[in-house]
Design a binder for this molecule. Sequence first.
Ligand code: 9MR
Length: 357
Amino acid sequence: MISRRHFLASGASALAVPALTSSSGAQDRRSLKAIAASKGFVFGTAAATYELKHRDFVLAALHDCAQLVPEYEMKRDALEPQRGQYNFTDLDALFSFAALNGLSMRGHPLVWYAANPPWLAPALQARRDERLMTGYIQTLMRRYTMTSVDVVNEAIAPDGNGLRPSPWLDAFGPRYIDMAFHAARAANPRAKLIYNDWGCEQGPNDRFRATTLKLLDGLIARRVPIDGLGLQGHLEAFGPRVDQRKLRDFLNEVRARGLSILVTELDVLDSGGPSEIAARDRGVADEARRFLDVVLDNPATNAVLTWSLSDRYIDPPEEWKLKLMGWRFRKLPYDAQMRRKPLWNALAQSFAGRHSF
Ligand code: 9MR
């Protein structure tokens, strides 16, 4: 738990408004959370306890964000390394930081094929005990107050052809998804329950979008308590692009089903393009705008979160690239020195351009 005394002593006071500068050095005190709020949605970011140790990250997060989501602290391999032995220290610290500073929290993830502790799959194989899922969900949903939570993450096969292999699918079949949502609702009726995935964004992925709608239709038909769809939003500036017409049509289908839409992990990969930084930043900003202009044009969209705020914390593709060339990915709104990039401006412009519904 980060105590208020410790936190304020670190100098990262919630009251200090950072002198936020762009890479050109210009001062700009606009705030993404304020622009988003004026247009009826929440802006936030994934955050990790190792990021909260850096004052400049904290100040930017407090200035721009109204909501946080744990990057890894809520994953089962971090939380329950030994069966029945939970380590809540880091996750409690994140939730305390948010509460201390008036930010809401979303949860991620409850049930996922990945980031599970090594004991889980063998335990499921030994005995298909639903409590291995429902007990875990109940523990988290009762301990934490969350605006929304990714109840099931990435259940669809990457090629869109059915469900992705998972220890949960092996143990319980496709009904594991229903089980997870029912357990989450029973444990915490207030949190909005989200199905979260990546793959609906890029133009060529027609089958993924169709499979996603089919999954949602089945859940709705069986009266599974689902509130929304999370689009992770891992985009590519110089790879398969967003097809705005296909995305618009898909999101209209999601809204027609009475579901909310969240962008849960927005970042824009800048591999495969020009080497010049300004051109990479332009490509990243342009693709983010093409995506967000469509997503925010749908009244059902109520949240946009990036997958961290700064390039500083992204592992480079090869360590030597960073060491020899200082090369980094440039996927996020702030660079490694916490200076705003064209992507930050693209977010601000897209948010401000949302018409009121
Ligand atoms: O960015 C996250 C990385 O630090 C973790 O090691 C990894 C496994 O827990 O998860 C990454 O985040 C993923 C998220 O949880 C689900 N969508 C894809 C994200 C990027 O891989």
